[in-house]
Design a protein around this ligand. Structure first.
Ligand SMILES: Cc1cc2nc3c(=O)[nH]c(=O)nc-3n(C[C@H](O)[C@H](O)[C@H](O)COP(=O)(O)OP(=O)(O)OC[C@H]3O[C@@H](n4cnc5c(N)ncnc54)[C@H](O)[C@@H]3O)c2cc1C
Length: 477
């Protein structure tokens, strides 16, 4: 008798792509297994939630919030007439709080699996031909499973530079930078992307001298140019040293220091720091995932090849999230997970990539949805623009959060909203006004005619929509 267990769906990977797909499939009546390899910090226990929950979105936001509170106490409160002396940061306690939050949600995902009758395996899953999946259990117990459908949701890992190997202490990736035991006096960051800026902000607010080296000549090239310019100015004011067009060629640990050699385009320069974060991008995690003969193909860049509906081309095998093309964002992974589960169930699951919001949780926050002006220009699409600064918004002034603006871009002929770009306080929430408007094919006129509560930050969205047709009330058009 075979001890192979059969499932309607096996999901490999328990991150926001995989665990959400597993839950949605179970809701739709499927018998589901989810295999996840992540080990908890405290003793290698199952830690469902993937990169996002364990070493990504959630822990980084926990530290961003702790460091923001500290920064406000030391720099922001005096203007409100609040004084505090001898403010100190207990890094151990801050990191322990972050760990408690992670653990709480690890338990939350496990409880959701139980409630939805998803069978969880803790170990490494490998896909073989014929939708057979072997599991190498972390507890030493192995299993062989088969399924009618398989979703690969193995996520991503940090790209390592050959001359700057991660040692978890002096040279770190997103994992190590979340667990420093003290505020480094000098922190170097290679890469001014989302992770570099967010983690640079955390340790900078706590007192580290932060230098960020970025190879590209433009700051945040994917963002709207006005938003990027304004954000760069604010980051510099906060003391983040951001050097653009700097290519790192060598990194050496010498005693307690890390020596970084880079070229600024004119000459070789050196930077000496106590810790170095390498955040130059992430690549698909596919090691051990595909057995010979699985039939699943990888792209030239190492991502799992899929079509527009996340199908790999192998009968009944799908792939979602960071291990496939598209933005490496948790909510994109989850939406793909839901869409694939629904497609398997015969429903019309679909993800609209044009309305996936992007957020960078720095201060000010940066967020956008849809096209930038540059993209529209390149595509020859006629457009009109309305902007509004937070400095003219009563609530923003009352909050001392005047840095920033909202930009609404609409089609020049149809007025349909093509993009919304924001920089400022709480724009991670405000951007969803643009997402909803775009999802419902709304126009700038639609947004402009919606009554917005006063005084709120969202009035900046309203005014920017009015400004598209030069009728903003609280600024000269
Ligand atoms: C520091 C940092 C901050 C971030 N902040 C944000 C943010 O604020 N917002 C946002 O949207 N995104 C953020 N991201 C990106 C986000 O974490 C990813 O886009 C998201 O986690 C991708 O989800 P996923 O399910 O595809 O993969 P993952 O979350 O990477 O999960 C994949 C899981 O699969 C497991 N696995 C891999 N191979 C196997 C195998 N063979 N067998 C079994 N298990 C396997 C892995 O161990 C992991 O648990 C951040 C990332 C980092 C690093």
């Amino acid at each position: 008798m075979s001890d192979t267990q059969h499932f309607d769906l096996i999901v490999i990977g328990g991150g926001p792509g995989g665990y959400v797909a597993a839950i949605r499939a179970a809701q739709l009546g499927m018998k589901v297994a989810c295999i996840d390899a992540f080990k908890s910090k405290d003793g290698g226990k199952p830690a469902l939630g993937g990169t996002c929950l364990n070493v990504g979105c959630i822990p980084s936001k926990a530290l961003l919030d702790s460091s923001r509170q500290f920064h406000n106490l030391t720099h922001g409160f005096a203007d409100h007439g609040i004084s505090a002396s001898d403010a100190k940061i207990d890094v151990g306690r801050m990191v322990a709080r972050k760990d408690r939050i992670v653990k709480q949600f690890n338990g939350g995902v496990a409880a959701l699996f139980k409630a939805n009758k998803v069978t969880a395996f803790h170990g490494v899953g490998t896909l073989h031909a014929g939708r057979k999946v072997s599991v190498k259990g972390h507890d030493g117990k192995d299993a062989t499973l088969t399924a009618t459908n398989v979703i690969l949701a193995s996520g991503s890992v940090s790209i390592e530079l050959p001359f700057a190997k991660f040692d978890g202490k002096r040279i770190v990736d997103n994992v190590g930078v979340l667990d420093f035991d003290a505020v480094p006096r000098r922190l170097g960051v290679i890469g001014a992307g989302v992770i570099g800026l967010e983690m640079g902000s955390v340790w900078g607010r706590l007192g580290a001298e932060v230098t960020i080296l970025e190879a590209l000549p433009d700051f945040l090239a994917a963002a709207d140019a006005d938003v990027a310019k304004l954000a760069l100015r604010e980051f510099k004011k906060q003391g983040l040293e951001i050097k653009l067009g700097c290519k790192v060629s060598n990194v050496e640990v010498k005693g307690d220091e890390v020596h970084v050699t880079y070229s600024d385009g004119k000459a070789d320069q050196s930077l000496v720091v106590d810790r170095l974060l390498v955040s130059v991008g992430r690549r698909a995690a596919t090691a051990g995932l595909l057995a010979e003969g699985s039939g699943v193909k990888l792209t030239q860049r190492g991502f799992i090849e899929v079509d527009d509906h996340c199908h790999t081309g192998v009968d009944g095998v799908w792939a979602i999230g960071d291990c496939v093309r598209g933005p490496m964002l948790a909510h994109k992974a989850s939406e793909e997970g839901i869409a694939v589960a629904e497609r398997i169930a015969g429903l019309p699951g679909h993800v609209d990539f044009n309305t996936v919001p992007w957020v960078i949780y720095t201060e000010p926050e940066i967020a956008w949805v849809g096209k930038t002006e540059r993209e529209l220009k390149d595509a020859g699409v006629p457009y009109k623009v309305g902007t509004f600064p937070f400095a003219a918004i009563g609530r923003a002034v009352a909050m001392n959060e005047t840095a920033g603006m909202v930009k609404v871009i609409a089609h020049a002929d149809t007025d349909r909203i093509l993009g919304m770009h924001l920089v400022g306080a709480n724009v991670s929430e405000l951007v969803h006004e643009g997402v909803v408007a775009m999802e419902f094919k709304g126009s700038a006129e639609d947004l402009a005619r919606i009554c917005h509560a006063h005084p709120t930050l969202s009035e900046a969205v309203h005014e920017a929509a009015l400004a598209v047709d030069k009728r903003a009330i609280h600024k000269a058009n």
